[in-house]
Structure formats: structure tokens, C-alpha cells
Design a protein around this ligand. Structure first.
Ligand code: DGJ
Length: 740
């Protein structure tokens, strides 16, 4: 029987070894009780001690903590939970402000526990197990004797993924009120700095572009202080060894299971030790920890693969898709939807919506989604947010009536909400002007004429819950798009005392999670899609409740190549919302073939975002073909193994593929940006196949080994629409591979 995963503790050397078939994580407790990092990466055989890895080299100007020993500085030691204010002047994992003004701590080993399975995190999203045999957890208590505070570091190793889940909890058993100024969920000192740092950054409409640099002495970081995880930086970082590519090489990755302000930092010290940290951003954060209270930091996930970036993504996708996302829709093929936003914007009547829905049904769409503009006084973006009841002037029979009419057409019905926002021109604001986040006596900024509801206050969450639940109870709602269209500024809550104003950002996101938790538990069969002006809150935290997210407001197929390629580094295809929209595209004005728009979108949770009644009969026939193809292949596309083959960041062509979970078929997408005169003959090397199996592709038989090592000619005709011209700008091809 497989004994892994396993956590072993060697009492004599005080060594912890977490291992599964792929990875090892090694730590030890040193003489004075500090927790030392020894290794995270490929699995190594167990031994009673790894003390030879623990070498303290003396360095000039490093302050020693042992009298008469000049060498023993914590600055020269690789740690798991570095204190603030002591002999280690690198970035600390924890800062606790005390009554005397000091923020210094001194946490030392006190106790540990090893158990099968994994606990939940109160109030926070996290990875989970379905049975205890899937994981083992180690909790290590570090104690600051002077303060009477325990820091419990939690490490879970999973059986099936090269992954470790980490988090930290503080418990104040002392007598003074403390203030948590910083608490990293993960801190780890890597032995060297020979890594390339990859981040997924950009802006609205250009989310998760891959940016790469070599680690250098000093700090490199990504962060958000916007209240959401943001379009600007996704809360994920990859560190890869030089020379690593999609197919081979060592890769370490981390992603934060959190949707608010964050900081991910790699500090390379004078001697090339890399301190990697993930946590809530300390700016704008200060948590009051009274005697007897505790504070739980969110979870950070760590991944390792020796099989290149695709190998690392496999580990991430597997864990995020099956053990972070949860609920009814987790493993189910996602409905093909039509969303009316780009079709009508605010300019719709019930008649117009039903006409679009009717055609959608005719071509095979399964779910009709009504976007913004259906509630309160909302006919433009200046009014209505906060009043979640139908505008009867536009929808005479309300949402209940409309949803029934859509169901009568044979479609499911979905609805847009922006539950965290309010317009000043709304009933809710007129009744509760103090329910917005605003700093007294300072101007309050808005974006898109909207203000942020103060979700740190339970009564605000309760009021919005009541409104949403009422609609869910009285109408036929199969899907909800949960939008969030601005960042938080002037953070201050009228509901909190002065010494707790540093808690607003975190309490806000806890309020969001609480509303998500209640609604997903009460209405488990509603499919939630998260959205934040597109991809502004695309993170593992929100994925826990909403198994898919609107990836970007930019629906242009060519822009989407980079966005979806970058997103796929961490997130599975089943999380990546992707729609076919009209041309010229509304965000970039580009005109791309209908086939390419669909060939890109089908490597995501597929849908349409246009008025089908504006398409020609020929185009509608093509849409029908696209939909029946996606219906036949969506399990392979969404639940299969995804591999990136050619990067849009590297050249004119992009390619990727999804291999069915049972390995019997694969779908390959190949995309060209610009047509070149007299272009070279190119070969596409596939991945994820069985070398000794045989596959049928475009009427020919090939071995898996040949397809992966030699490749297929990109001149092969496309499987789906053979008549489509491939010698033009923005052309694309799709191939289906079947095991024979
Ligand atoms: C931003 C979203 O990303 C869009 O898809 C759309 O829902 C609009 N908001 C509606 O206001």
C-alpha cells in the first residue's frame, strides 16, 4: 500500500520531513529553538538527520545571538518564520507592536502535531481534502515567551500533487493588547538566487501578461493595495531555474488563496539566499490582538515540479480545480452561455432580450445571462447599484417573469450582480449613507460613479444577502455573475473604533467571503462566475466559491492569446471564462475570423457575448458547428490536462492543447497573429501523450513519441472548418487527436 504522503519527525535531530512521491520539504529546529528551512523541491530519501545541510558561516557585520560565538547570527540562517527586530535584518515574517512600542518578537519551537487530513480555515477559503488519506498536516507551535503569543505554522502535504499548503495562526495568551502589523502566510529561505522570477501582471484588458527577470540582490515584489487582488498583479509567482522551459526544468510556484491586498516578495540577501514571502500586504493592515484573541492568516500554496512550466501548471491546475474550487459545478461540464453585455450594454427591453435568447436556443446555447442594467433605476452607470430588485419599467414581470420566459425557451437563466457596490443615486444609499467606505472629513473618490459598501460590517453583508437570496428564491436562477468594478480607497469604516481601522481591508474581504459562503451553501446548484471588470479578482480565494471567473473584459481573440496563456500558468481551463464577441472588437477594434474567436474561447468556459440576431445565416451555421463541437469536447477541454506549446510572448504563433483525462483524445489549438510572405515550414511538438500509444490525426497514424519528439507540420488542414483560410492574419487551426 502506498504510504505517502508522509510527514516524519526525527526527535534526536529535531528534523521534519514532509514527502510525497514528487516532493520533499525539510526543516529542523536548531539549538535555540528557531525553525530552520533546509529544502523544498524534488523528493530526497529520508534520513535521521540532515544536519550537514545546516551550516552557519560567519560573515562580517552580522550580529551574533550567542555570547562568545561570533558566527551565530540569524541573518546567516535560513528560517521559516523570521522575527522582526533581532539579529536578522532581512524582511521579517511577523511584526507585533507591543504596549511599550517595540515590534520585536522572538518565536521559538514549543510543540508540534502531525495528523492525517487537513483542517478548514475559519472564515477563509482554503484547499481541502475529501478524505484524510489525501493529505498529512504538520502544525508547529512557536512561542514568544515574553509576549505569551503562540504562532502555529501549518504545513499540509497532498498525496496527489507536488504541493504544500501553508498558513499561520497567532494566539495571544499574554496580558497585553498587541497589534499585528505584519504576518506572512509563507516565508521560506531558498539556498540561492539562481532563479528567474515570473509574474503575471498588466492592467485592465491586459491581465496576467508574463513578465520575467532574474532575481537580483535586493527585493523584488508584486502587490496589491487596491482591496482586490487586482488586474495589475495576480497573486502568484513562479521561480524557475535558468534554462527551464515549458517542457523541462525545475520550477517552484506559489499562489495566494486570498482576494484582497497582498504582498509577494523575494529578498535576495548579500550572500544570495532568497527569502520568499507571501502574505496580506502590511500597508493598510494592523490587526488588534487582545488577550485571548487569535488571528488567522490566509493560506498560501506552494508547488514544485521538475518537469518544466507545464509540469508545474499540472500540479497547480490539479489542486486548484479539484481541491480549492468546490461545489456542485466543480467537476461538471460548464454550460455554454450567451451574455447580453456586449450585445446591448444598457440598451435593452425584455422583447430584445428574448429575441436574442430565442436565437441562442436555436444555435444550441444552454444558458442566457442578463448582465448589468436590470435593477433599480439603472439605465446607465450612474444609478441603481445597491437596489437589487428588477426595474419594472424595463422588465414588466420582473426577474421571476423573465427567468420563466427564458426557461420556457429551453434555456437556463443567469443574472449579473455587483453586490459590493452602491451608487449615491439609490434607495440603499439614501437610507444608509454611512454604509460606504469613506474616511471622515476627507473627499471620497469614486470610479464609474460608484462607492464601495462597507463589507467589514455584518449588517451590510446581511442586507445584501437578503436582497440577493430573495431573488434566488423567487426566480429561476441557474447562474450568477458577481462583478466588482472598482478598487477600495479612503479605507475607513464607520462601524469600527479607531484602534481597529487597520482591519478594514481584511474585514472587507472576510465579509465578501461570508456572503459567498452563505449564498453558495443556501443555493448550491447556482453556478457562480466571479468578475471584477474582467480579471481584477482572479485568484484562488475567489475560486473556492466561484469555480469560473471572467478572465478579462478584453474579448479580442488575439489579445486573449496572451491573457489566457498567462492565466493558464496557474489557473485551470475550467476557471477561465472566455467568450466569442462581435467584430470589430469593442475593446481593440480588431477584426478577426469567427473561427479564431471560437478556437481561442473554447480553451475556457465557453460562451458568446454578442447579438446573434446581427449575424448572417452563414455565421449562425458556423456558430452552431462551434457549439456542437464544444459540447462534444468540453470534458476534454475543461477537465483534461492542459499544455502550452508555443508562447504568444515569444513569437507570431501560439499553440496549446488539452488531453482528455483518460488520455484517449486531445484537442490542439494553433493560432497565427500576422501572415508572413513565404513563411517557413514549422513543426509543432505536442505534449502529454503516451509515447508508445498510437494516435490518429488528420487521417494519419502517429506514435505519441513521434508527435512529442518530432511533431506535426502546421500545414495540416484544420479539423473543424477545413474551408477556413489559414494564410491570413489572425488565422487559427484546431486539430483533434484520437488514440487508436
Ligand atoms: C464589468 C464586467 O467585466 C463586464 O463584463 C460587464 O459585466 C460590466 N462590468 C457591466 O457593468
Amino acid at each position: 500500500m502506498n504510504q505517502l504522503p508522509q510527514i516524519r519527525y526525527e526527535a534526536t535531530s529535531r528534523t521534519f520531513h514532509l514527502m510525497n512521491e514528487k516532493i520533499s520539504y525539510l526543516m529542523k529546529v536548531e539549538e535555540l529553538g528557531k525553525l530552520i528551512h533546509l529544502h523544498f523541491g524534488q523528493r530526497v530519501p529520508h534520513r535521521e538527520d540532515f544536519d550537514h545541510l545546516f551550516i552557519v558561516k560567519p560573515h562580517a557585520m552580522y550580529s551574533s545571538v550567542v555570547e562568545w560565538n561570533n558566527a551565530y547570527s540569524y541573518e546567516a540562517i535560513r528560517q521559516e518564520f523570521p522575527d522582526f527586530g533581532g539579529s536578522d535584518t532581512r524582511v521579517a515574517a511577523v511584526k507585533l507592536r507591543q504596549e511599550n512600542g517595540s515590534s520585536m518578537t522572538d518565536f521559538r519551537y514549543q510543540d508540534h502535531r502531525i495528523f492525517a487530513g487537513k483542517k478548514t480555515l475559519p472564515g477563509l477559503p482554503a484547499s481541502y481534502v475529501e478524505e484524510d488519506a489525501e493529505a498529512q498536516t504538520l502544525e508547529i507551535d512557536l512561542f514568544d515567551e515574553l509576549l505569551g503569543v503562540t504562532a502555529t505554522l501549518s504545513y499540509t502535504i497532498f498525496r496527489d500533487q507536488g504541493a504544500i499548503a501553508r498558513h499561520v495562526r497567532l494566539k495571544n495568551d499574554g496580558s497585553q493588547t498587541l497589534f499585528v502589523e505584519k504576518l506572512a502566510s509563507l516565508s521560506m529561505d531558498l539556498a540561492d538566487a539562481d532563479y528567474e522570477w515570473l509574474q503575471f501582471s498588466g492592467s485592465w484588458g491586459r491581465e496576467r501578461h508574463i513578465k520575467e527577470r532574474h532575481l537580483q540582490q535586493g527585493s523584488q515584489s508584486i502587490s496589491s493595495r487596491r482591496g482586490n487582488s487586482s488586474h495589475n498583479h495576480n497573486p502568484s509567482v513562479v521561480l524557475k531555474r535558468v534554462g527551464t522551459d515549458e517542457r523541462q526544468g525545475e520550477v517552484l510556484a506559489t499562489t495566494f488563496v486570498y482576494s484582497g491586498n497582498f504582498l509577494m516578495e523575494a529578498e535576495v540577501d548579500t550572500f544570495d539566499v532568497t527569502r520568499l514571502q507571501v502574505g496580506i500586504h502590511p500597508d493598510g493592515f494592523c490587526w488588534q490582538l487582545a488577550p485571548g484573541a487569535d488571528f488567522q492568516a490566509p493560506e498560501a500554496l506552494l508547488f514544485f515540479s521538475a518537469d518544466g512550466l507545464n509540469g508545474m501548471s499540472r500540479e497547480c491546475h490539479s489542486l486548484l480545480q479539484t481541491r480549492v474550487a468546490k461545489g456542485y459545478w466543480r467537476d461538471r461540464p460548464r454550460p455554454i452561455l450567451l451574455n447580453n453585455w456586449e450585445a446591448t450594454y444598457f440598451d435593452f427591453t425584455e422583447e430584445k432580450l428574448l429575441a436574442i435568447a430565442k436565437t441562442a436556443k436555436d444555435v444550441g446555447v444552454e444558458l442566457f445571462v442578463l448582465d448589468d442594467g436590470w435593477f433599480g433605476e439603472r439605465t446607465n452607470d450612474r444609478a441603481g447599484l445597491g437596489d437589487w430588485a428588477a426595474n419594472l419599467a424595463r422588465l414588466p414581470e420582473g426577474i421571476a417573469g423573465l427567468s420563466e420566459k427564458v426557461e420556457a425557451l429551453g434555456l437556463k437563466f443567469g443574472l449579473w450582480f455587483e453586490p459590493e457596490m452602491v451608487n449615491k443615486d439609490s434607495e440603499l444609499f439614501r437610507k444608509h449613507p454611512d454604509w460606504i467606505i469613506a474616511t471622515p472629513q476627507r473627499p471620497t473618490s469614486h470610479y464609474r460613479h460608484q462607492y464601495v459598501l462597507d463589507y467589514s460590517r455584518p449588517e451590510v453583508v446581511e442586507a445584501i444577502h437578503q436582497q440577493m437570496a430573495e431573488i434566488f428564491r423567487t426566480s429561476k436562477i441557474a447562474y450568477v455573475k458577481w462583478d466588482m468594478n472598482r478598487s477600495i480607497s479612503e479605507a475607513f469604516s464607520a462601524g469600527l473604533p479607531s484602534q481597529q481601522q487597520g482591519e478594514v481591508y481584511h474585514r472587507y474581504i472576510l465579509g465578501v467571503y461570508e456572503l459567498y459562503r452563505r449564498l453558495t451553501e443556501e443555493f448550491p446548484e447556482i453556478l457562480f462566475e466571479s468578475c471584477s471588470s474582467g480579471g481584477g479578482r482572479f485568484d484562488a480565494g475567489i475560486l473556492h466559491y466561484a469555480p469560473q471567473g471572467w478572465t478579462s473584459d478584453n474579448s479580442d481573440a488575439i489579445s486573449r492569446l496572451k491573457i489566457q496563456y498567462g492565466t493558464s500558468m496557474i489557473y485551470p481551463v475550467s476557471a477561465i471564462g472566455a467568450h466569442v464577441s462581435i467584430v470589430p472588437n469593442h475593446q481593440v477594434q480588431r477584426v478577426t475570423p469567427l473561427s479564431t474567436r471560437s478556437n481561442v474561447a473554447m480553451f475556457g468556459t465557453f460562451g458568446y457575448e454578442l447579438d446573434l440576431n446581427e449575424l448572417t445565416a452563414e455565421e449562425l451555421t458556423e456558430v452552431k458547428q462551434q457549439i456542437s463541437f464544444v459540447k462534444a469536447k468540453r470534458e476534454t477541454l475543461q477537465q483534461g490536462r492542459f499544455y502550452r506549446l508555443l508562447s504568444p510572448f515569444a513569437g507570431n504563433h501560439t499553440a496549446w492543447m488539452s488531453v482528455a483525462a483518460d488520455g484517449n483524445e486531445a484537442v490542439i489549438g494553433y493560432y497565427q497573429v500576422l501572415q508572413e510572405a513565404d513563411a517557413p515550414l514549422t513543426w509543432l511538438r505536442l505534449q502529454g501523450l503516451e509515447p508508445d500509444s498510437w494516435y490518429q490525426l488528420a487521417g494519419e497514424r502517429y506514435s505519441g513519441a513521434e508527435l512529442m519528439q518530432i511533431g506535426v507540420s502546421t500545414t495540416l488542414p484544420s479539423d473543424i472548418l477545413p474551408e477556413e483560410r489559414s494564410d491570413r492574419d489572425f488565422a487559427s487551426k484546431l486539430w483533434v487527436l484520437k488514440k487508436v
